[in-house]
Design a binder for this molecule. Structure first.
Ligand code: PXP
Length: 236
């Protein structure tokens, strides 16, 4: 199982000051150096974290694979066709949401999804669909021509450690098995952290986990001691 690191929150921090640091491109390089198999970034319609220029810069510097998360928006499709990331992951997007809440309703808009991803597939970009782990969505995803699904692990992550954990976990396991039997490759992500990630090993054949928030959050604390010591040295 591979790790894809989502670096969006490095851009969130950068944008808080409107300057240049911390730089998401540098972050991507560090993630790659320490074992990330791919770098994921979400170019949101409101550009709240990653900006267009970041996507272009990342596509030129990443040595592993760039996975671009995007909504079904024509202007972002144009950027994807120009940048040609290794893969895109189609996600639903609501402007007011804090993060991607729930998976893409592929079953409810099958022909629109097929039509939207066709030029991307034709351009040789791998397409993944971010869906909730339900049979209905998996069956629909298998009809689109996409090669991958990414299962939304948010409900499992929230239920982790509660009586609902097993029920949510089973949904992921069964959805993955169904997807694989229909010829889809399966990734997973959202809300995974250092406590709940281990159960992903119980799902056979998962290709990649895309993890962002917990890694960037932990990096703040693992890096804080060095950052304070270094500044103190300079001041003294
Ligand atoms: N996968 C997808 C499709 C996402 O939208 C996100 C959140 O941007 C993630 C994975 C990573 O989620 P988290 O930041 O909770 O690890």
């Amino acid at each position: 199982m591979l790790l894809g690191v989502n670096i969006d929150h490095v851009a969130t921090l950068r944008n808080a000051r409107g300057g240049f640091e911390p730089d998401p491109v540098t972050a991507a390089g560090i993630c790659e150096k320490f074992g990330a198999a791919s770098i994921t970034t979400h170019l949101r319609e409101d550009r709240r974290h990653i900006k267009d220029a970041d996507v272009y810069a990342l596509s030129e510097t990443i040595k592993t694979r760039l996975n671009l998360e995007m909504a079904m928006a024509e202007d972002i499709q144009r950027i994807a066709l120009e940048v040609k990331p290794y893969s895109i992951c189609l996600v639903p997007e609501k402007r007011q949401e804090i993060t991607t809440e729930g998976g893409l309703d592929v079953a409810g808009q099958l022909s629109q999804v097929k039509e939207f991803i066709k030029p991307l597939l034709d351009a040789g970009i791998i397409v993944s669909l971010f869906i909730d782990p339900t049979k209905k969505q998996v069956r629909a995803a298998a009809k689109t021509g996409a090669q991958f699904i990414e299962m939304h692990t948010g409900a499992y992550s929230e239920a982790f450690g509660t009586p609902k954990e097993n029920k949510e976990f089973l949904k992921l396991k069964e959805a993955a098995e169904l997807a694989q039997s229909l010829g889809l490759q399966v990734n997973a992500g959202h809300g995974l952290n250092y406590f709940n990630v281990h159960r992903m090993h119980e799902i056979k054949g998962l290709v990649e986990l895309n993890i962002g928030h917990s890694i960037i959050s932990r990096a703040v604390f693992t890096g804080l001691s060095e950052a304070v010591s270094h500044m103190n040295d300079l001041i003294k």
